[in-house]
Write a protein that binds this ligand. Sequence first.
Ligand SMILES: *Cc1c(COP(=O)(O)O)cnc(C)c1O
Length: 466
Amino acid sequence: MRYVSTRGDAPVLGFGDVLLEGLAADGGLYVPRELPAISASDMRDFAGLEYHEVATRVLAPFVAPSLSVDDLAPLAEDSYSTFAHPDVVPLSALAGGEQLVELFWGPTLSFKDVALQLLGRLFEHELARRGSFMTVVGATSGDTGSAAIEACRGRAGIELVMLHPAGRVTEIQRRQMTTVDSPNIHNVAIDGTFDDCQDLVKALFADRPFRERMRLGAVNSINWARVAAQTVYYVTTAVRLGAPERAVSFCVPTGNFGNVLAGDVARRMGLPIDRLVVATNHNDILARTHRTGEMAISEVRPSTSPAMDIQVSSNFERLLFELGGRHGHALAADMARFRTEDSLSLAPEVLAGLRAGFDASSATEDEVSATIAALNEADHRLIDPHTAVALTVARRDAPAGGWATPIAVMSTAHPAKFGEAVREATGRQPELPPALAALASREEHLTALPNDLATLRDFVTGAASQ
Ligand SMILES: *Cc1c(COP(=O)(O)O)cnc(C)c1O
């Protein structure tokens, strides 16, 4: 398997390089030159397999020849043994007829664990094979930080520096990061906003000599390995709901377009997916783009689903590349224009392709709260606000007479992670699972730093030399 950049100017690479590089040298995102196929007989086989076995079968062509099936299988088995449910990603039926796809049984209780548990092990494996090391630097507004820390803690060859905006993540989110006591994990609280944290990380990566000396690496959702790992639960869900005989539709709460892009990849590989429904909160650039054909940035407004408080959905570039006929240079010019003008008109054939494969709309904060309350009434169960964004859209936008296929709604976080919004909607406080309850009494490890690049550079240098 070879990978090409969406902007057409970076070297064509194999999986191991794509894994460690993250972003392509031309600023684009890596995608496979050709996708492997999933056949009907594969799907029939998968029905009898465990999650980690399906993961190995689905992912083997993506990682070859860097990793063999025999290399991959134990990494997948180990990754998904950290999940607290025997099905890893279980389904549950709602009274309204939808299926909830429960993506929150990993160690940090958000869907980020599904990809990052595997990514941490893939990093460690590839670094050992090369006798190399890397310094992962990231910025988080909440969920990614803890999932990356859990994925990388104690792993040979990796130092992880994770920035969060001081005082601007929830106490649970902070404690999930800072109570991890591992010499290769370095939490930094920046005196600034999440955007300040992201700007600092970008500035570190832009410093080429520093980047190369430190072997800087990224865990953000533009890493192809994360997208690939996320295709697996589309496969296991579709198979459980009747594939290959019967098609399935998915409604996905979206910020960076990483989760739903994995659904599109699975569909291109042959999985019978009918509709992919993109659900956003009031930060609705994707829904507006789908409606108007104009991708236009506006202000980010905070919401109760903060993991989706995003205006630039980085993985959307991969879909634009596919829909535009895989013309890297043309897309590079479009993305340059988007950066300077904060707006881009989609070509008619791109917009037509988007509408042919996807629906998209947004949910207001009032709708999210009402959906959480309604589910508490009807099903006696609590869902988190990100899941509620998707369930709102799946219910409100169902075609007259209902969805033509079973509709699976991605449930991306445990309700206890966003307990305040859930309590405000229902009057019920979600119970903390034991893993979270124990955090309150553990010691925190973090370094407070000013919003200053030179200071951060010194800190990263110190962390990397341990
Ligand atoms: C990250 C995240 C999302 C958004 O996922 P994308 O891949 O960025 O679209 C949704 N819900 C939760 C809980 C998340 O942590």
